[in-house]
Every structure is written in structure tokens, then in C-alpha cells.
Design a protein around this ligand. Structure first.
Ligand SMILES: Nc1ncnc2c1ncn2[C@@H]1O[C@H](COP(=O)(O)OP(=O)(O)O)[C@@H](O)[C@H]1O
Ligand SMILES: [Mg+2]
Length: 303
């Protein structure tokens, strides 16, 4: 099972072809452990990391930077129409894990990923898989808005053009307008589409980046602390947008703000030193954490 990024994960196709998919939920889940029964040194994941209708699945994912073991055996699903937030102290591996989900770690020298990650049942680390369309299907928005040094219009039109999604100018116009509408930016920029994207405010630039991600028809949108560089009003707009986007996309968001995780996500995953410590419905994680390490973090004992 353990392979390097870019190599085939499952070569035993014949063997597994006739098996039940392993993610089929069992009829009776094991009873949840009580908090007092969990050893605080135990780093195995508490909570059900599966969902009934997953869009992405990660199983026993490990990530190394050279000799450094940054992610240990992390398994979790991202379901349809849900926002999953990933929280935890700085350096616990949230960004590293997120980058596994669209193979962004491939671009980092010395970074090695093992385990299995699927999108709609397809192994995204399969041999020969083209990462360019994968990164359109699983788009990413970063902490610092990073518009291209191009016009607002071209920031959006560029992706659909290179992915061959548009052929005529009319189609291009349509995708540009629809993507900006979807990102809640159209009314603010429709009269200045030829101006540089970098001239927008920080919050507008971030919505431009979200529009750019949407323009190539993703299934999943990953966001790595998308509001960290924004003021509270711009942050509120992005949070509202995330909730609307959930109707169409699956969203994985890393945030250092527990309030934000509580506001935008349906499920929350708590990471600690490279381990996924606990995952579950957001309300449960914040009101009734089961692992003592989760409790320490959400009650502000560290982080
Ligand atoms: N490009 C890299 N090269 C080497 N080590 C890295 C790299 N990126 C992250 N790390 C290390 O991996 C661990 C997890 O980092 P990261 O995923 O950035 O955490 P988080 O996003 O939770 O703050 C940290 O110890 C960090 O120093
Ligand atoms: Mg990070």
C-alpha cells in the first residue's frame, strides 16, 4: 500500500475488483468511547471519519519531508455538500494534509506521500494520472490572495481557456460572469473587468481567487486559512460565500479560528502534531469533545 507520490497505489486490481468497497458503512457502529476512557497519549483518531456519501476519501495517509514524519496515518472523508474544517495548533500538519488532496505536495522537493486518496472513487495518486485536470477538480484557495498579474476578466477566463472549457468569446464572457456572480463579486467589478485583479481590495481579491477556482468546474474546493489576511467585514463575506458554495461543492477549510470553524463547517477535524486526534460533527467537537487533547485546544489551554 505504501508508495511514493505519483506511483500506483493499488496494483492488485483483480484481487480487489470483486470486493465490497471498504467504505460501506457497517450497520452498527461501535459505541463511542467515553472521555474518561481515552488516554491522553493515545493518538488514534476518535470519532467516525467516514460519511455515507463521500466525494473524497483519504486512508492511512502519511507524509514525510525528508526524514521528518509530518502526517501520521490520517484517514477521513469529505462528503458532498459539506464543509469540513481542519483545526489545530500551528505546525500540526493541516496545510500538509490539505495539499495531499490535490497533490500540491508533489511540487515540494523531498516531500513523500503514502496511503490512498480517492476522488469519486478514483485513486488520485494513480500512475499516469494528470495532475492538471485534478487540480481543477480539486481547486485550492490560499491564505494570501494570489490573483494573476492580469485583468479581472483574464484572471477568470484563463483557466477555462487552458482547460478547453470555452471556445468562443461569448462562452468566455458567460463563464466569467457566472463565476464572478457565484463568488459574490460581479456587481462590484462588472464595470471594471479590464482593470488589474491586483488593484482590488484584499477581500475582493480573495473572492476573485474563489471565482477563478469555480470557473473550471471543481467538485471540491480546498481553502487554507482563506480569511487570515482579511478584515472582519471581508471575512464575514467569505464565510457567507462558503455556506452558499456548499450547495454545489464539497469544501475543506483549514482555519486557525475556532469561531470560524464553528460558523462555517458541518464537521470538524482536530489535528495535533501530525495526528488526526478527533473528527465529528462541528457542534459535538466544540461542545462535547471526546479526546482530552481536543478539549485542551478548544478550551484555549494551548494553540
Ligand atoms: N516544505 C516543507 N519542508 C519541510 N518541512 C515542512 C514543509 N512544510 C511544512 N513542514 C513541516 O511539517 C509540519 C506541518 O506543517 P504544516 O502542514 O505547515 O502545519 P500547519 O498548516 O498545521 O501549521 C511542521 O513541522 C512544518 O515545519
Ligand atoms: Mg498551515
Amino acid at each position: 500500500m505504501n508508495i511514493e507520490a505519483g506511483k500506483a497505489i493499488n496494483t492488485d486490481v483483480e484481487e480487489t475488483m470483486n470486493e465490497e468497497p471498504s467504505r460501506t458503512p457497517s450497520s452498527t457502529p461501535p459505541p463511542a468511547p467515553r472521555r474518561e476512557d481515552i488516554d491522553r497519549e493515545d493518538r488514534s483518531t476518535v470519532g467516525d471519519y467516514t460519511v455515507a456519501d463521500p466525494r473524497m476519501t483519504a486512508r492511512q495517509v502519511n507524509v514525510y519531508y525528508g526524514d521528518k514524519h509530518a502526517i501520521h496515518d490520517v484517514s477521513m472523508d469529505i462528503g458532498r455538500n459539506e464543509v469540513v474544517s481542519m483545526i489545530g495548533p500551528s505546525g500540526c500538519g493541516k496545510s500538509t494534509f490539505l495539499r495531499c488532496l490535490n497533490r500540491m505536495n508533489d511540487t515540494i522537493d523531498g516531500c513523500r506521500v503514502s496511503g490512498e486518496i480517492t476522488l469519486d472513487g478514483q485513486d488520485i495518486y494513480a500512475k499516469g494520472l494528470d495532475v492538471v485536470p485534478l487540480r481543477a477538480q480539486v481547486g485550492m484557495v490560499f491564505q494570501k490572495p494570489n490573483p494573476f498579474p492580469k485583468s479581472i476578466y483574464d484572471n477568470i477566463a484563463y483557466g477555462p481557456r487552458i482547460h478547453g472549457l470555452v471556445t468562443t468569446k461569448a462562452e468566455e464572457d458567460e463563464v466569467v460572469e457566472a463565476s464572478l456572480q457565484r463568488a459574490g463579486l460581479w456587481d462590484e467589478v462588472k464595470d471594471r473587468l479590464a482593470q488589474p485583479g491586483t488593484g482590488l481590495s484584499g477581500g475582493q481579491q480573495q473572492r476573485l481567487c474563489i471565482a477563478r477556482t469555480i470557473s473550471v468546474n471543481p467538485e471540491v474546493i480546498l481553502m487554507d486559512e482563506p480569511c487570515s489576511a482579511l478584515d472582519p467585514i471581508a471575512t464575514a463575506k467569505i464565510e457567507e460565500l462558503i455556506d452558499e458554495l456548499r450547495e454545489q461543492f464539497s469544501i475543506g477549510i483549514v482555519t486557525h479560528s475556532m469561531q470560524q470553524a464553528a460558523r462555517v463547517s458541518q464537521r470538524t477535524a482536530y489535528f495535533h502534531l501530525g495526528d488526526l486526534i478527533e473528527i465529528g460533527p462541528t457542534d459535538d467537537i466544540f461542545t462535547n469533545p471526546r479526546h482530552p487533547l481536543t478539549e485542551d485546544y478548544i478550551t484555549g489551554r494551548f494553540g
